[in-house]
Design a protein around this ligand. Structure first.
Ligand SMILES: Nc1ncnc2c1ncn2[C@@H]1O[C@H](COP(=O)(O)OP(=O)(O)OP(=O)(O)O)[C@@H](O)[C@H]1O
Ligand SMILES: C[C@@](O)(CCOP(=O)(O)O)CC(=O)O
Length: 450
């Protein structure tokens, strides 16, 4: 039996929060070394069945059979009535895509999901380390375990999509092939958007697929205009195939990475915020406060663009001749000494302060906790530390997490300063790569027959 395994990284949206919901604005998305994994095996069968097992979460299992509706579209139903919208919409979209000729091959498919420790709270867990991979096992089901906000649902959808696509494309499926990657991305965006209730920009699926990227979203209309899968009038399969295979989504996903000598530190703040509620509040503040709200967005965008271009300039200096020059080393030393004078570094610091002060204005005027006072105090303490270049609240902000750009020598993670007592520094780093094919034997003892 062929067993294949895939993994996709979590994300942190360093700049571009809220604005990225509009295709005109650029965002800077860092992929993280915390990854979600899928291991897939299948056998020929007389009925199409998909079982998804998430053994780390109290052995959560969702088992779907598929029936055809009047139009010949496949409808998944979970045999025990259990719900996982992300799993269900992924199965629905990938299987209907491969049912375009209405003669999909029938397989009994089993997919095991594993997620790296960074995605969830480590409280009350047991760790299993098989020598190649290390995973935490929780006593509770997935919906009961606190998450850290690294985009677990986007990673789940991306690795599940890859696992299912690999069953139908077999040897011709290669995650190093840009065309295959685009297919995974488009299918995963459709499934994630439907499962999530159409609120996101898709930057998380973008990072799960392509890694660290400059991201500008596709038009929301692309997915919103799909007919319903059980609509008698619209042809879902035809529209889906046209959308994922034959449509230019006109989105940006240019690969990026932090300049040499700088690293990303993520701090989990452990209280959590609901992105959908924050987005709804910001949207209503924006619409009710034109044209001032547009001016605020333009100021934030200026900060975002300054941040992005300055990092790119720093990259150019750091990579000259492929070696780290003495000049670049002395620039990094300024951060370690806490005496920053280099104009590119100063521009990065100013850009983030400009973004933060505008988000604080929105927080106050729109009564929405994007950068609440406790986070302001925390960030202000963080940026005073030696070795820290800048720090921000990633993504939608709120009480979830902080992101820090620091030098390799920065000691903030080891600090005993009581101002960091509520912060759990996550064991992860920035990652260039998105979706990867893994070696299935690395999951031995975690998956019974490997
Ligand atoms: N390991 C997993 N196994 C099965 N389902 C999972 C797993 N991880 C995430 N999910 C699904 O994703 C849902 C969580 O998605 P949600 O969008 O709320 O969080 P997130 O993507 O981690 O966070 P954020 O969007 O704030 O970055 C879970 O309720 C579950 O349906
Ligand atoms: C507010 C928003 O721009 C970012 C949300 O980011 P996060 O899920 O908080 O990491 C929404 C989105 O882009 O999907």
């Amino acid at each position: 039996m062929t067993v294949r395994a895939f993994s996709a990284p979590g994300k942190a949206l360093l700049v571009g929060g809220y604005l990225v919901l509009d295709p005109q604005y650029e965002s800077y998305v860092v992929a993280l070394s915390s990854r979600m994994h899928s291991i897939v095996e299948f056998t020929k069968s007389d009925q199409l069945k998909v079982k998804v097992i998430s053994s780390q979460f109290n052995n959560d299992t969702w088992e779907y059979t598929l029936s055809e509706n009047k139009l010949g579209n496949l409808i998944p139903s979970e045999v025990n009535g259990l719900k996982n919208p992300f799993v269900e919409k992924t199965i629905l979209n990938v299987l209907n895509f491969f049912n375009k000729e209405k003669n999909i091959a029938k397989y009994d498919i089993t997919i095991r999901i594993f997620s790296d420790p960074g995605f969830h709270s480590e409280e009350e867990t047991t760790t299993i380390d098989n020598g190649s991979k290390k995973f935490n096992f929780h006593k509770k089901s997935i919906t009961k375990v606190p998450k850290t906000g690294l985009g677990s649902s986007a990673c789940l959808v991306t690795v599940l999509t890859s696992a299912l696509v690999s069953v139908f494309l077999k040897d011709s499926f290669n995650v190093k092939d840009e065309k295959n990657l685009l297919l995974i991305h488009n299918l995963a965006q459709v499934a994630h958007c439907q499962a999530q209730g159409k609120v996101g920009s898709g930057f998380d699926v973008g990072a799960a697929t392509f890694g660290s990227i400059l991201y500008q979203r596709f038009s929301a209309e692309l997915i919103n205009s799909l007919p319903s899968n059980d609509d008698e009038k619209g042809n879902y399969i035809e529209a889906l195939v046209k959308l994922v295979q034959n449509t230019d989504w006109k989105f940006t996903h240019d690969r990026i990475h932090l300049p040499k000598g700088l690293r990303l530190i993520m701090g989990d703040v452990n209280t959590g915020s609901e992105t959908t509620k924050l987005v709804a509040k910001v949207k209503s503040w924006y619409n009710e406060n034109m044209p001032e709200s547009l001016k605020t967005y333009q100021e934030i965008n200026q900060g975002n663009c300054d941040f992005i271009t300055s990092l790119s300039e720093l990259n150019k200096i750091s990579e000259k001749d492929g070696i780290i020059s003495e000049g670049y080393k002395s620039i990094l030393k300024e951060i370690d000494n806490g005496e920053i004078k280099n104009e590119i570094l100063v521009k990065i610091i100013k850009a983030v302060l400009q973004i933060r002060s505008n988000f604080r204005r929105i927080s106050k005027k729109g009564s929405v906790d994007i950068e609440p006072a406790v986070q302001t105090e925390l960030l202000d303490n963080v940026i005073k530390q030696k070795g820290v270049l800048t720090a921000m609240i990633p993504g939608a902000g709120g009480y979830d997490a902080i992101s820090i750009i620091a030098t390799e020598d920065c000691k903030i993670k080891e600090s005993n300063d009581p101002v960091f007592k509520d912060v759990t520094f996550l064991d992860l780093k920035q990652e260039d790569f998105g979706l990867l094919e893994e070696n299935a034997s690395d999951y031995k003892n975690l998956v019974s027959n490997i």
